[in-house]
Design a protein around this ligand. Structure first.
Ligand code: FE
Ligand code: FE
Ligand code: ZN
Length: 277
């Protein structure tokens, strides 16, 4: 069974996302923990979270994925921005304990001119302050396209962050197909080689989720613009190889393609039909 879903909006609550997922043939989904541009989060309605939990069990969902606001930047050159990000993530991790979701993904950050090495140090330092031994959440670093001063454009950078984390058993990676192609990893012609490199540098046991996106730009462009499945430079054949790759078997796949629900339903049906393993 292919574990697949898409990004959904939290605006109508937690159970509503579960129902939306069911309505489009998904058995998982991703959501922003709060407004994607940051700011205050609404208090969690625990009854709503319990209803979602029951729905997930009844329909045997795969693990869900929470996504931090994309403005969260733990390695900005501005100390106030770093502090703001740290407080927001600490609050998110507290809230996560009330949700039937154990995976929390975030963009490592943009070093804004300080250099990747400094960025990596600052990200790790912040995570070591924020993460707690009692948390049940696994924190995922997302592979990035390398737009601007983004940290996490190579498997080595992600590995360098993980190496500095005290509670590293609570760290994982979310691989974004658009981002790694834009970063220069050739998954169109050499998916095997790229996954072997991931295994050698980070370890496939760290890989907990896949963002499944086509890319509007060519490999190595460092752009990060998602395309619908089969309508970008990766193409349907490449995406189908990804969902069927034995190294990725059982992982949850999340579409972040430019779609409304009906478009997502079509992509999910297309990919379920192309799933062979
Ligand atoms: Fe992301
Ligand atoms: Fe992504
Ligand atoms: Zn992206």
């Amino acid at each position: 069974m292919l574990n697949i879903g898409c990004h959904l909006s939290l605006s109508d609550g937690y159970e509503a996302m579960g129902k939306d997922a069911l309505s489009i043939g998904a058995n998982t989904f991703q959501f922003f923990t709060r407004n994607p541009r940051g700011g205050n989060a609404k208090a969690i309605d625990e009854k709503d979270a319990e209803r979602l939990s029951a729905l997930l069990k009844e329909h045997q969902f795969a693990p869900l994925l929470a996504h931090a606001p994309y403005t969260l930047n733990l390695c900005s050159s501005n100390p106030e921005t770093r502090l703001f990000a740290k407080n927001m993530m600490a609050d998110d991790l507290k809230r996560m304990e009330k949700l039937p979701c154990t995976l929390y993904n975030f963009h490592p950050g943009s070093h804004t001119g300080q250099g990747a090495e400094t960025g990596i140090e600052q990200i790790a330092e912040a995570l070591n302050e924020i993460m707690k031994p009692e948390q049940t959440t696994i924190v995922l670093l997302e592979t990035m396209a390398g737009k601007g001063s983004e940290v996490g454009k190579s498997f080595y950078e992600l590995r360098s962050i993980i190496d500095r984390i005290e509670l590293s058993d609570k760290m994982g990676v979310c691989l974004d197909t658009c981002h790694i192609s834009d970063a220069g990893y050739d998954i169109i012609n050499n998916l095997d080689g790229v996954l072997t490199e991931f295994d050698n540098v980070i370890g496939l046991d760290r890989l907990k989720a896949i963002h499944l996106n086509d890319s509007l730009n060519t490999p190595g462009s460092h752009k990060d613009r998602h395309a619908k499945i089969g309508e970008g430079n990766l193409g349907l054949e490449c995406i189908v190889r990804v969902i069927n790759h034995p190294a990725l078997k059982g992982l949850p796949f999340f579409l972040e393609t430019p779609n409304e629900l009906d478009g997502y339903a079509k992509e999910i049906a297309l990919l379920r039909g192309a799933f062979t393993c």
